[in-house]
Design a protein around this ligand. Structure first.
Ligand SMILES: Nc1nc2c(ncn2[C@@H]2O[C@H](COP(=O)(O)OP(=O)(O)OP(=O)(O)O)[C@@H](O)[C@H]2O)c(=O)[nH]1
Ligand SMILES: [Mg+2]
Ligand SMILES: [Zn+2]
Length: 373
């Protein structure tokens, strides 16, 4: 028989910062700019605490009642600005800060909280409009997350989602299949269903975008061709998003926010234009935001990216995230074949025979080699 415990709760070992140390104030645990700009160049040091900052460890009891539901409300993080997370409890949005014990978790190199997180928060002031109305006490375990490496830190772009709509454009900017492949790897690794969306089909004069979409369709991925100008595919997209928890991702200027505006008129998300010469979008969306859909479910709009680092996926697992490789892997002569230089490699043989698309093999090789050095 289990011994009755003297005190309900569990011991948690946490590291505290030395108060006198600079910076005295905990820096943003989610940068205000999010990953809106040239995010891959974001300074990773901002989210990592120098070793010298850690002066002591302390064991604290996280009491069941502290974590409990009695005094706390539940909600979902819909956006994060600086140190304040906007938490939607289904009735209204509460600006919340984080309990210090949760903030100290970022010493692992992880942001403690992200958009999509399901949290328990206590209300400190129910006067609407004051800056901090609540404190996040606890974060539920996550499922389905889109993770990317920024510098040396794994950054969870969004948590608790079912699917990622990987958006590219048939016009300007031109589709980047390699970026699509990176998102596919991240989706597989994060337990999310990918959907490949080709937007701006009204501009696909040469059919180039259509060919890209065909590649992914033939691999068995769900695809959707859309245009916010002539309405193609919008009803189909709406039903793909209905009652699902989705994130939209892709380059800046492909039309992610525009798509959401037509899927749900009234959202009024800001849309930008595209600089024709450079084919780059203007990074109009600057923060990751969760939006509820009238048809059920929610969508998360994200800032456009230039690149997407999948270094958080273990190198040895990379091959598993290329779905057309999976059945062939057992046919490689060497069980630890990297499919880069080994003889009698089933993947290379299939790529040479055209059974694996050239672009797909190249994507794999590029992702592998940039990691392996
Ligand atoms: N021709 C055409 N233009 C479109 C379509 N969808 C969006 N656009 C235009 O593409 C531009 C960029 O659209 P946004 O919705 O801001 O793109 P985004 O992907 O949200 O960009 P970021 O927020 O910067 O990541 C805008 O000028 C839109 O009007 C489309 O289907 N066809
Ligand atoms: Mg946008
Ligand atoms: Zn091989």
């Amino acid at each position: 028989m289990a011994k009755p415990s003297k005190k309900s709760g569990r011991k948690v070992r946490v590291a505290f910062r030395r108060n006198r140390n600079e910076p005295a104030r905990v820096k943003d645990w989610k940068k205000k700019t999010d990953d809106g700009q040239d995010d891959i160049e974001e300074a990773p040091s901002e989210s990592i605490v120098a070793k010298g900052d850690l002066s002591r460890h302390r064991t604290v009891i996280v009491d069941a009642s502290d974590e409990g539901t009695a005094e706390t409300s539940r909600g979902k993080v819909i956006s994060i600005y600086g140190l304040v997370a906007q938490v939607d409890d289904g009735h209204r949005v509460w600006p919340c800060t984080l309990r210090r014990i949760l903030r100290t978790r970022k010493i692992d190199g992880h942001h403690p909280i992200t958009v999509g997180d399901s949290v328990h928060f206590s209300i400190t002031s129910d006067v609407e409009g004051v800056v901090n109305e609540g404190v996040i006490e606890r974060i539920d375990p996550r499922h389905g997350e889109l993770k990317r490496r920024v510098g040396k830190t794994d950054h969870v772009v969004v948590a608790n989602i079912d699917q990622v709509l990987i958006v590219s454009s048939a016009g300007v900017p031109a589709p980047k299949p390699h970026l699509i492949d990176r998102y596919l790897v991240a989706a597989h690794a994060g337990g999310i269903e990918p959907i490949i969306c080709l937007n701006k089909t009204d501009l696909d004069m040469e059919g180039v975008g259509g060919e890209v979409l065909e590649v992914y369709k033939s691999l068995g991925y769900p695809t959707v061709a859309t245009s916010t100008v002539n309405g193609q595919g919008i009803d189909e997209l709406r039903s793909l998003l209905q009652n699902k928890e989705s994130v939209l991702a892709g380059q800046s200027g492909v039309g992610k926010s525009s798509l959401l505006n037509v899927v749900q008129p009234g959202l009024e998300l800001k849309v930008g234009d595209v600089i024709e010469q450079t084919q780059k979008g203007r990074h109009t969306t600057t923060s990751t935001t969760l939006l509820r859909l009238d048809v059920g479910g929610y969508v998360v709009d994200t800032p456009g990216v230039k690149s997407f680092d999948v270094a958080s996926v273990p190198l040895a697992e990379l091959e598993m995230h290329f779905i057309e490789f999976v059945d062939l892997l057992a046919n490689c002569k060497y069980p630890d074949c990297t499919h880069i230089h080994e003889p009698a490699c089933a993947i290379k043989t299939a790529a040479e025979a055209g059974e694996i698309g050239h672009q797909r093999y190249e994507s794999y090789a590029r992702m592998y080699q940039e990691r392996a050095g």
